[in-house]
Design a protein. Structure first.
Length: 339
């Protein structure tokens, strides 16, 4: 019975939070999803993939993915990219899919600073199987049952398409970085039932941090530790969409090639929703070949409970096409979290 109740709660939150975007715990590994101004910011050619499975212990799952590629044109001080995002909730088949083209322009600010200005134009689709949707009017709390029939089985139009626009700014130097972004500036219509009454709220975000260089590794010359990079970074990510807001704060320790991260999500929160409170642990590896792989797990700290929900699993894979000397210089220029 408890599992069925949690499934109903999950469905309720999924539709109640329709004005909220999906999120990644490793948001710097999905940097162009976070802010279009990150396009080309690594000054190399990259391809990457992010996948998230949220609350896997419930009867129904919610999965999200983002795939991207970007390239920096040095002679034009410009970055170009493409991104494909998608999410699916298994009970109703509710899906969001988006494909976007990105562009950013880089300006030098002072001796060591850079400012990126980015934009993304997107084409998106939404669909759902409404015959599987459970509405609040179907819930019989006294008997603990769900009454059949939701009254919308005959709906023909189960798909929507729309255009969207995102934009952002990113400043960084050798030690600090700070970015702001605005998503869904065209505020597309969401409702399958009415026109121009349920528009997607604009999402505003601010993110930044600081990186400290640690002493280079010198444990054992046999393993060539003397040249290993070691850094400690602290960062935050704040976002607001409609009446909802959320703050993530955390730290990342880089002991080349190993990366360890720890995050806390949910400061502050106005509503105490389950996905607003979690402790996130991350481990990753970054290789000289240009391959980066990261894995993170969300420990749910809210009333939904870690054992009931199963937390969330997330994996990121990124590959950079560049020679190794240039790779190291580029990574030092952009001080942000690697994941």
């Amino acid at each position: 019975m408890m599992r069925n109740v949690l499934t109903i709660i999950f469905m309720f939150l999924s539709f109640m939070a329709k004005s909220q975007d999906v999120q990644f715990s490793q948001f710097y590994a999905a940097s162009m999803y976070l802010n279009p101004a990150f396009t080309g910011s690594s000054e190399m050619t990259r391809v990457g993939f992010n996948f998230r499975n949220q609350w896997p212990s419930l009867n129904q799952t919610f999965v999200v993915f983002s795939a991207y590629a970007d390239h920096f044109i040095d002679s034009k001080n410009s970055g170009i990219g493409i991104i494909v995002n998608g999410s699916k909730e298994s009970l109703t088949g509710f899906q969001n899919n988006e494909i976007g083209l990105l562009y950013s322009y880089r300006l030098r600010v002072g001796e060591n600073g850079f400012l990126h200005m980015g934009a993304q134009g997107s084409y998106a689709t939404r669909s759902a199987s409404f015959d599987e949707v459970i509405l609040s009017t179907q819930l019989d709390i006294d008997r603990g049952v769900i009454n059949p029939g939701n009254g919308i089985n005959n709906m023909d139009d189960r798909n929507q398409t729309f255009a969207d626009l995102h934009t952002g700014l990113l400043y960084y130097n050798n030690k600090y970085w700070f970015g702001i972004s605005g998503h869904h500036l065209l505020r597309p219509e969401l409702s399958f039932l009415t026109d121009d009454q349920d528009r997607l709220a604009i999402k505003y975000a601010a993110h930044g941090g600081v990186k400290f260089d640690l002493l280079a590794g010198s444990i054992n010359d046999y393993f060539n530790n003397t040249q290993q990079e070691r850094t400690l970074s602290f960062a935050f990510n704040y976002k607001k969409q409609g009446v909802y807001d959320q703050l993530d704060i955390g730290t990342e320790l880089y002991l080349e090639p190993l990366i360890l991260g720890l995050w806390y999500r949910g400061l502050p929160t106005n509503f105490g929703l389950p996905n607003n409170e979690a402790l996130i642990t991350m481990v990753g590896i970054t290789l000289d070949s240009g391959l980066d792989i990261g894995y993170s797990y969300d420990f749910t700290l809210s009333k939904l409970g870690w054992r009931n929900s199963g937390g969330a699993h997330e994996i990121s894979i990124r590959y950079s096409f560049v020679n190794q000397y240039y790779l190291k210089n580029s990574q030092k220029r952009l001080p942000t979290f690697k994941y």
